[in-house]
Design a protein around this ligand. Structure first.
Ligand code: FAQ
Length: 328
């Protein structure tokens, strides 16, 4: 045992030793030197467990995250915006695919991951449990949720697990297109008619709280940060990423003449840190544990997709039973 961490893992043939402090020391030295861990390398059970949890949660967030914007594809204002939104939503689902593959390299099958999402055992990002009432909500999601995702994912992509890093590099390239698309939409609304401006301002107010929650609970109460930073799975703490987001995007929001619903928000020039009202972490935990405004709706859509796609998966598994002869 390492502290209360077991270093044996039955899912990898390499992890055959009950306890192996020497292997653990070698593993940690490798990480310390900045080398990457590949799927076939030995790794402590807790490293595997934590990475699986994080990557799987990320994968679920991508496919659930496609839903709030996805409902706007049919109502997008104009053909060009519809095409861009369609491409974005497709990208997000594709990110899910890459991430499920990355989690599979750690020994958890796609079926098990999907099952844990649908039964509520696995989490996904808090932010996708809120409704997108207007077109402006999709603009704010594409700009600021993608901005937050990029900050988090560029940071994570430098982490120690190679398969996750490789997936994230590709994902971040696509997310930066999404961010530009979102910013373009926000600027259009913010510089448009009074009604459009009002619409984007209202959307920003709606999304601010979930955005502050998005980077995870404050470092004081974050459960996993210390372990994950030691193993370079996380390369920055939740509060550091939140600060990075505020530093980059609050000036841009203010530049557009928009406001956020936090009277305490200001940069302390002495410390160089942003000060803000502490987010309501009770609400955050309620939402991620299933009691947000849209949790039931989001999971119901995923369950329907799972049911409707079952015949396709079965046909792929047993093509001979589903073969339909061509019409003569
Ligand atoms: N939502 O100890 P920590 C996207 C949970 S992708 C839900 O601080 P950790 C793309 C955490 O699991 C967005 N749950 O956790 C897109 C833990 O619960 P547990 C997703 C959260 O792991 C854009 C508990 O709270 N990105 O947006 C959240 O060290 C637009 C304690 O927290 C990723 O998943 C949360 N926000 O740090 C798609 C990136 N935060 O398991 C469509 C990978 C925390 O003990 C449209 N993940 N929890 O029961 C990470 O980087 C990390 O997992 C953090 C959390 C930073 C999210």
């Amino acid at each position: 045992m390492y502290g209360n961490i077991s270093v044996v893992d039955a899912t990898n043939a390499n992890d055959t030793l009950e306890e192996n402090p020497q292997r653990l020391a070698e593993f940690e030295a490798k990480i310390e030197r900045g080398e990457k861990i590949e799927p076939t390398d030995w790794m402590p059970r807790e490293y595997r467990r934590q990475l699986t949890r994080m990557i799987e949660q990320h994968a679920h967030s991508e496919i659930i995250g496609a839903l709030p914007e996805g409902t706007w594809i049919t109502r997008a204002p104009g053909f060009r915006r519809k095409m861009a939104l369609l491409a974005k939503v497709q990208d997000e689902v594709g990110h899910g695919q890459l991430l499920y593959n990355a989690a599979e390299t750690l020994g958890k099958s796609r079926e098990k991951q999907m099952n844990d999402l649908l039964t509520g055992k696995s989490k996904y990002s808090n932010i996708f449990n809120y409704p997108a009432y207007t077109w402006a909500d999709t603009a704010v999601i594409a700009w600021l949720v993608d901005a937050g995702a990029i900050i988090n994912q560029v940071t994570n992509s430098k982490g120690s697990y190679a398969a996750y890093g490789r997936a994230l590099e590709r994902i971040c390239t696509e997310e930066s297109f999404h961010l530009k698309y979102g910013y373009d939409n926000v600027v259009t609304l913010a510089t448009g008619t009074p009604v459009q401006r009002e619409m984007v301002q209202a959307a920003l107010h709606r999304w601010w709280k979930p955005l502050m929650h998005f980077f995870g609970p404050s470092d004081k109460i974050s459960a996993h940060t210390t372990t994950l930073m030691k193993w370079k799975v996380k390369m920055a703490s939740n509060d550091d990423m939140r600060q990075q987001f505020l530093e980059t995007y609050v000036p841009k929001i203010w530049e557009l003449g928009l406001t956020v619903p936090d009277e305490k928000l200001r940069k302390n020039e002495e410390t160089g840190k942003w000060e803000y009202t502490e987010p309501d972490w009770d609400e955050f935990f309620r939402v991620i544990n299933g009691d947000g405004p849209c949790n039931a709706e989001r999971l119901a859509v995923r369950r329907a997709a799972e049911d409707n796609g079952r015949w396709v998966r079965e046909a792929l598994r047993k093509p001979e039973e589903h073969y339909i002869a061509p019409l003569s």
